[in-house]
Design a protein. Structure first.
Lengths: 476, 1100
């Protein structure tokens, strides 16, 4: 007994205070790189002699882009009939591609604006290229709604221009909302991207000036708008950037919400769903980050940017994909639940048809890519395997394209009256036009890589360890 | 020029008050500002410092120079155009003129009114002056105007391939007459199609008098009247039956498609509908029993339908007669019948209960003995004189094609004149007609097209279209109707009458006079007046001192001869056993191509078959059972069978049909097989009229030729055929490829008993009946479900709904109880609204343009229950009930298409029409996506300006519409270009014209305030064509209008009413009248059973 009592007395004291384990914050820039190194690295990409691989990629991209040009030319000259659309399925790849590209365009602004406001410093190394991706994706997206219409030469009817026949736009139509949502989004994205680039353009101007390349210096100088890096410039710049971030933030949510209204506002079973806005936004962020990874990982490998795009960055992006992918999965499940719970036989059929009807293969591609793929990112080992991350990001892109296809085509193909049911399959023209847009996107992105600072140099420097006055454990 | 302005100095008072200033400069009162104030035009003050003389001269000189050089006298020269002095009297430019005419068919004619615009006929309507049709017309009549403008019609008379002029033709024809005159016509043979024309009959009589030894033969490949020999033997006279369906309470059809295929079907359909229409609980309704092998329009209307091989129809008729009469004479013939005895027994009992008001009909194609039994049945049931009358049969008894063939083979025919028809294509194969025709030294062909027969003829004489001809004809009841030309023959064609008159060496072959003489024979001084009235009215009747005498035949008394019936029965053979190894084959006239004569008509080609829904082709129709045994039944569609199996194998939305080879008596027929529910298990149906070889561009390559296996011995029904699957496949262009309603409440049906207990049953079937309350309206609970769907007061919505303040509110009611699915509305709409055709390739791609379509559903009561664990059948039903539903734009009051159009191209008008502004449409197609009825049609290509074979060439292809085709277009309706959405507008052009005419009329009468058009003045094209008056259109604001009354009926319901889009077109539920004692009786129609099972899975 005494022994045990003794034992009790020897028990350690209860801790007065509990400190969580100190986990060092991941460095935003690896290897303690200097400011100069960063400048040299990023400006060097644009300054070096055009690499051979770039020319090859550019040539291929141009050829692929020409598919879109040819496809659209044929379409406009001949009629929408060259696509595979048919009576019940009046929208198909055209709108699928539109929503797909717009969705991709989401990550850019999300990274730039929302993460900026939330002070997520890891955004700095990827925001520039993500914004570029956004703009180029919006360019690709814009092709489809414009050219899918029957009489493209009257597309200006969509804009509120005064005309003599006194017919105004119909502001009840989600397509009209789209016109404003997408054009606003495009404009703000370009502004945001451009404003953020001004200090870096000035850097490049100065560097070209220093080596006597006056033509390029003038060109960059023109776009740098006389940036001299004065405190006053910096102050205005920071404020402008913050304001733009504030303006962009609601746009991130609004664009895809409004795109989802194209479907949610209709009365078609499978489209007429209130879950669409959040589900579309989550899906868009999901696909956007998928695309960012698809673009950045090769870029990182080619230009050896491992110190700037660190494993921490990749980790963060994978986690966003995991979160949004799971949200999307939840939405898929909830759609089915509501269709069952709503007890509307038309609604119920639309969803059963999606999963088990003639388009079941598309549905299961979607589920596999969008719900199962991101679950791999629970595992650190997978997040750290860059090749695997790249492959999985491709799956995300494919899955999100199929999600739009499933929503659009399956709902239209079998709706209210079985007498009008049909089956849609694309024509070769449609397929080529879509694949061509990857060329368009690549051409633009390659030009961006070649001529513009692909990372925000100034901002990167701000997140280096040296920029922290407390760097090196020196507690002042 | 400079003006100085002195501003007054500020007064004392203003100095004391509050001082206002325009700018800070004014406040500071700078010298600069004071200078500024003095200038009249401060903005331009620094540039123009006054104008000096030199400057003035310079400017003015330049102005004058410019004026002088470029613009002096720049005025358009005045040119005066003068109106065309010579015009048709009474013609108002822009307004159509109507003339009475008639479309001649095989053995009858359809009286018509032709709408002409500036002298060209564009649209045909039934002549309302002919009461039995009541202004209705048929599919073929509606489409026939297109043939007039067919660019592929024979455009010249030819001799040995070289064009000859009209004088040469006339000389040639009189030459033929003269050459054979000496020998009284020996060596001269005529082979004509059949005709009801009194003038032709007169000319033939004359010809036979003049050339008694000439051979006159008539041939029609398809029959639509019972054989006259049977009537002569059994009823003792040259008579044919005419049925009175409106009087019949019980009708038994033995393989007779009297609603579509039999002579006079238009009047029959109308009459039948009268007996079926119910408005009140206790309205009587006829009951239709059908025994048939093929699934026909008539079969789709049946209350009880017995699938039975056509070769068993005699046994069936005999069994029925045995039960009805109790006479043992029928026993032997009834042996070997496989049908359920209870079916026949109960049917017979029902007939007996309704003696005097029951009717039995046999299909014209059936063997003589069946007709004899049917006459006996009608005699026993007391139907003769009540539900069936017999009238004089004008059809001359002539030699058939076999007679001519024999004469040619004997070498006695030196000159053969072929009038109409197309024997080289459709003669029985055992005759070897093509070879025979080549043996004749001189063949003269009179035909509308340069066809297979023309190719083998030395001379082809281009025939005039009936809209270019003077002529006459008889309707099915014998009424004489005129055929008036609406236009001079476009290519100088001749009529048959002219040819006959020329060969018959008549002194005057003027077509007008030929008709005039026939009609006015023996009327003396009244001739002109009678003829004028005849042409004006479109029917021939004589006004004898106030008593109107029609030319319709009076019923004649018949003497029934039972011995003749017994004689017919004695020769009867036991029905052949049918099985997979010994199939029965039926040759039927195609519903659109008829015997093949309409094959180059694009409207008919694109019009889906009423039952199979296939366009641009015919198919070998096989039963689901046979398909299973041949292992070509359709595979599952999707991962799991969630909707019922499709009728055929579908490949990317196109029916990919197996090509099968059918061997009939050693002759092979190869064609695509289409699985057709409702067919007798081992009956294979071959629609005739396709597979033509010498044909215009439209008909080229469509279908297969079923005549190739048809001989003169068994032209309608053959047994002993075998079938093999070749393994190849081909695409068939269906306009509808899912056939099951999937348990949805689309076509709502009830049995008569249920209707009598609960006339509003249709309102309790729909989803809207179970929908929760959607708007805040205190009266909501008191409203009936249909009322909820269509009448909820507006104002609870954020959106501004259309005001609907027009004096008319247009609406439509479609009676599903009477619709027979005949397609007349589809083509009537096409003709009226310039709806383009798109060709097979595009129909396959789901781009058919029809503004009104006929949805056809099959149900067997078992659909989809399986999905919920109950006993279901996901297979194709063998013995389905058929439901038809015409669907056009519903003109929803809260139209979902309107809200989604970004450019306001589709909007509502104050009278409730959902109108299209084609010029505004940019073609987003969102409206079509959001239309739950899928009635919007998109112009994927420039259908009107591009030829159908070069749609994909775009600008590289030829552009423009042939001039001839342009002529058929209705000038009151826009031709839509590519990229534009189009749809039904309730014929807005007719509405507007009706309103204008009424307004003008009332204003002239001194009542300009009376702008409400009386009911019935404005009729939509579909309504006007409908033979069964299923479509009613009018002003729903007027409670007395026909449409309001129809909508007020209890069985009225809105299709997809639960969507709260408030369609202006509503439907009257279909009511079936089954006999509770029948073995196949079900308490609910099968579609209702499916609906119940779907929505109450637990209780199923």
């Amino acid at each position: 007994m005494s022994h045990s009592a003794e034992h009790t007395a020897e028990a350690p004291e209860i801790l007065k205070e509990v400190h969580p384990a100190v986990k060092p914050r991941s460095a935003m820039v690896g290897h303690n790189r200097s400011f100069n190194w960063i400048t040299e690295k990023i400006c060097g990409i644009a300054e070096e002699k055009t690499p051979v691989w770039w020319w090859w990629c550019f040539a291929v991209a141009c050829i692929v882009a020409s598919f879109t040009v040819a496809g659209i030319t044929y379409l406009v000259a001949t009629g929408v009939g060259v696509w595979g659309h048919r009576n019940p399925v009046n929208w198909a790849w055209d709108i699928v591609n539109f929503v797909f590209w717009i969705g991709i365009g989401h990550a850019g602004t999300l990274i730039s604006a929302i993460l900026c406001l939330l002070r997520q410093k890891w955004r700095t190394s990827i925001n520039r290229s993500a914004e570029a991706m956004t703009i180029f994706a919006v360019v690709c997206a814009g092709i489809f709604p414009v050219f899918h219409i029957g009489r493209v030469w009257y597309a200006w009817f969509l804009f509120p221009l005064p005309n003599s026949n006194y017919i105004w736009q119909n502001y009840r139509s989600p397509l009209e909302w789209d016109v404003f949502a997408v054009s606003t989004y495009g404009t703000v994205s370009v502004l945001f991207w451009y404003v953020g680039m001004i200090p870096d353009l000035a850097t490049m101007r100065d560097r070209f000036n220093a080596v006597g390349k006056t033509v390029r210096a003038r060109l960059y100088g023109f776009f740098a708008m006389g940036w001299r890096g004065s405190s006053r410039h910096w102050s205005n710049y920071e404020m402008a950037y913050l304001i733009l971030a504030g303006i962009s933030t609601p746009l991130v949510l609004s664009v895809h919400t409004i795109v989802s209204f194209d479907f949610a506002v209709s009365l078609l079973p499978g489209w007429h769903t209130t879950i669409f806005p959040p589900y579309f936004v989550a899906g868009a962020i999901f696909s956007g980050f998928g695309m960012v990874l698809t673009l950045i990982l090769p870029l990182r490998a080619i230009y050896h940017l491992e110190d700037l795009i660190t494993q921490y960055h990749i980790d963060c992006m994978c986690k966003v994909i995991l979160a949004t992918g799971t949200m999307v999965g939840y939405a898929y499940a909830m759609e089915f639940f509501i269709a069952w719970y709503g007890a509307n036989p038309y609604e119920g059929f639309a969803f059963i048809n999606r999963a088990f009807g003639p388009y079941w293969w598309a549905y299961f591609i979607m589920i596999t890519c969008n719900v199962i793929t991101p679950q791999f990112f629970w595992f650190k080992s997978i997040r750290e395997n860059t090749t695997l991350v790249f492959v999985l990001s491709l799956f995300v892109n494919v899955g999100m394209w199929f999600e739009r296809f499933v929503i659009i085509a399956t709902s239209l193909a079998r709706d209210f009256l079985p007498s009008s049911w049909g089956y849609y399959s694309p024509s070769i023209v449609e397929i080529f036009t879509f694949f061509g847009t990857f060329g368009v996107f690549s051409v633009l992105f390659l030009l961006f890589v070649r001529f513009l600072p692909i990372m925000a140099i100034a901002e990167l420097k701000a997140v280096t360890p040296q920029a922290d006055p407390h760097a090196g454990g020196d507690h002042h | 020029m400079k003006r100085k302005i002195e501003h007054p100095a500020p007064s004392e008072r203003s100095k004391a008050g509050p001082r206002y200033w325009r700018s800070l400069d004014e406040l500071a009162d700078t010298p600069g500002f004071r200078e500024q104030l003095k200038k009249e035009f401060p903005q331009g003050a620094d540039s123009i410092d006054g104008v000096d003389r030199r400057q003035f001269m310079k400017i003015m000189a330049a102005s004058f120079a410019l004026g002088g050089i470029g613009l002096a006298g720049c005025r358009r020269p005045e040119e005066h155009i003068l109106p065309f002095g010579k015009s048709v009297e009474g013609a108002v430019p822009g307004l159509p003129v109507y003339f009475a005419t008639a479309m001649p068919l095989r053995s009858w004619a359809i009286p018509l009114l032709a709408e002409t615009h500036q002298g060209r006929p564009t649209k045909l309507e039934g002549n309302p002056g002919y009461a039995p049709h009541g202004g209705a017309s048929s599919l073929l009549a509606q489409a026939s105007v297109l043939d007039l403008y067919d660019p592929d019609r024979a455009t010249a008379h030819t001799q040995e391939g070289k064009a000859i002029d009209l004088d040469a033709v006339k000389a040639l024809l009189t030459g033929v007459g003269k050459a054979h005159q000496a020998e009284q016509g020996a060596g001269l043979a005529f082979l004509a199609d059949s005709s009801s024309s009194p003038t032709r009959a007169r000319l033939v009589r004359r010809l036979r008098l003049a050339l008694p030894k000439a051979l006159w033969a008539e041939y029609e490949p398809v029959t639509d009247e019972p054989p006259p020999t049977v009537a002569r033997a059994v009823l003792g006279g040259n008579v044919r039956p005419i049925y009175r369906f409106a009087k019949a309470k019980r009708i038994v059809s033995i393989d007779a498609d009297f609603l579509q295929a039999e002579s006079g079907s238009l009047a029959y359909a109308r009459d039948f509908a009268k007996g079926r229409r119910v408005a009140k609980k206790d309205d009587p309704m006829s009951r239709l029993y059908v025994a048939e092998s093929n699934l026909t329009a008539t079969g789709s209307m049946a209350d009880h339908r017995l699938r039975l091989a056509s070769s068993h129809m005699l046994a069936f008729a005999a069994a029925l007669a045995g039960k009805v009469t109790g006479d043992s004479v029928y026993a032997k013939a009834a042996e070997g019948l496989t049908a359920t005895p209870a079916w026949i027994a109960e049917c017979a009992a029902d007939l007996l209960e309704n003696r005097g008001s029951s009717l039995v009909i046999a299909g014209s194609h059936l063997p003589d003995a069946v007709h004899a039994v049917v006459y006996a049945l009608n005699q026993f049931l007391g139907s003769i004189g009540s539900t069936v009358d017999f009238i004089f049969n004008t059809k001359p008894h002539t030699v058939g094609i076999d007679g001519v063939a024999a004469a040619i083979a004997a070498g006695t025919v030196k000159t053969l004149v072929i009038l109409g028809g197309n024997p080289a294509y459709n003669a029985p194969v055992d005759l070897g007609w093509a070879e025979l025709q080549k043996k004749v030294p001189q063949v003269i062909r009179h035909g509308y097209y340069e066809d297979e027969t023309s190719a083998l003829s030395g001379v082809h004489i281009a025939a005039a279209h009936y809209l270019e001809s003077w002529g006459d004809a008889r309707t099915a009841d014998g009424t004489v109707v005129p055929i008036q030309p609406m236009i001079l023959p476009l290519f100088g064609g001749l009529t048959q009458n002219e040819v006959l008159a020329l060969v018959g060496l008549l002194p005057d072959a003027d077509p007008y006079k030929l008709v005039f003489e026939t009609i006015t024979a023996g009327t003396g001084v009244n001739a002109e007046r009678i003829f004028t009235k005849f042409l004006h009215d479109g029917v021939l009747d004589f006004d004898l001192n106030g008593r109107v005498m029609t030319t319709a035949f009076k019923p004649v008394k018949v003497r029934y001869n039972p011995i003749a019936v017994a004689t017919y029965l004695k020769g009867a053979e036991a029905p052949a056993k049918v099985s997979l190894d010994s199939l029965e084959v039926r040759f039927v006239a195609d519903a659109r191509m008829d015997d093949g004569r309409f094959i180059n008509n694009g409207w008919l080609q694109e019009c889906p078959d009423p039952i199979t829904k296939i366009s641009w082709d015919n198919a070998i129709l096989i039963s689901p059972r046979l398909a299973k045994e041949l292992k070509i039944d359709s595979p599952a569609n999707g991962l799991k069978q969630i909707a019922r199996k499709d009728l055929a194998e579908f490949d990317k939305g196109r029916e990919n049909a197996h090509i099968v080879e059918l061997v009939i008596g050693g002759r092979k027929i190869t064609g695509p097989a289409h699985i057709q529910p409702g067919l007798s298990n081992y009956t294979v149906v071959l629609p005739l009229g396709y597979g033509r070889t010498t044909v215009g561009r439209v008909g080229q390559g469509t279908g297969f030729n079923a005549y190739a296996a048809r001989d003169s011995k068994n032209p309608h029904i053959v047994t002993g055929a075998t079938i093999t699957v070749t393994g190849e496949k081909t695409f068939l262009a269906d306009s509808q490829w899912h056939w099951s309603m999937e348990g949805r409440d689309l076509v709502r049906e009830g049995n008569l008993g249920e209707y009598q207990e609960n006339p509003g049953f249709a309102k309790e079937v729909g989803l809207e009946a179970e929908s929760p309350r959607v708007v805040l309206d205190p009266t909501y609970g008191d409203r009936t479900p249909a009322n909820k769907a269509s009448e909820i007061p507006r104002g609870n919505s954020l959106y501004k709904t259309p005001s609907f303040d027009g004096v008319h509110q247009w609406g439509m009611s479609i009676d599903l109880n009477t619709c027979i699915g005949c397609n007349a509305c589809v083509v009537a709409c096409q003709a009226e609204n310039n709806v383009p055709i798109v060709g097979k390739e595009q129909v396959l791609r789901g781009r058919i343009m029809h503004w009104i379509r006929l949805d056809r559903y099959y149900s067997d009561g078992k659909a989809d229950a399986g999905a919920f664990g109950g006993e279901g059948n996901m297979e194709i039903p063998e013995d389905p009930q058929i439901s038809m539903q015409p669907v056009a734009c519903m003109q929803c009051e809260l139209a979902p298409c309107e809200t989604v159009c970004p450019v306001n191209a589709t909007v509502h008008d104050p009278e409730g029409l959902n109108v299209m502004a084609y010029n505004r449409c940019i073609g987003t197609r969102y409206c079509a996506n959001n239309c739950p009825y899928k009635v919007r049609r998109f112009n994927f290509f420039d259908w009107n300006m591009r030829s159908l074979d070069s749609l994909y060439l775009g600008p590289m292809g030829p552009r423009g519409m042939p001039e001839l085709v342009q002529m058929v277009k209705n000038p009151e309706v826009t031709i839509r270009m590519r990229g534009v959405m189009e749809k039904c507008t309730y014929c807005v052009q007719r509405i507007e014209r009706g309103k204008i005419e009424w307004k003008v009329k009332r204003a002239q009468e001194g009542h300009p305030e009376d702008v409400v058009v009386p009911d019935g003045t404005i009729r939509t094209a579909c309504q006007q064509a409908c033979p069964v008056e299923a479509i009613v259109f009018g002003n729903i604001l007027d409670p007395e209008s026909a449409v309001s009354k129809a909508k007020a009926l209890e069985q009225d319901y809105a299709l997809l009413g639960y969507l709260n889009i408030r369609p202006r077109t509503t439907y009257l539920a279909r009511i079936r009248n089954p006999n509770p004692k029948m073995p196949d009786y079900t308490e609910l129609p099968l579609s209702r059973v499916e609906n119940w099972n779907k929505n109450h899975p637990a209780k199923a």
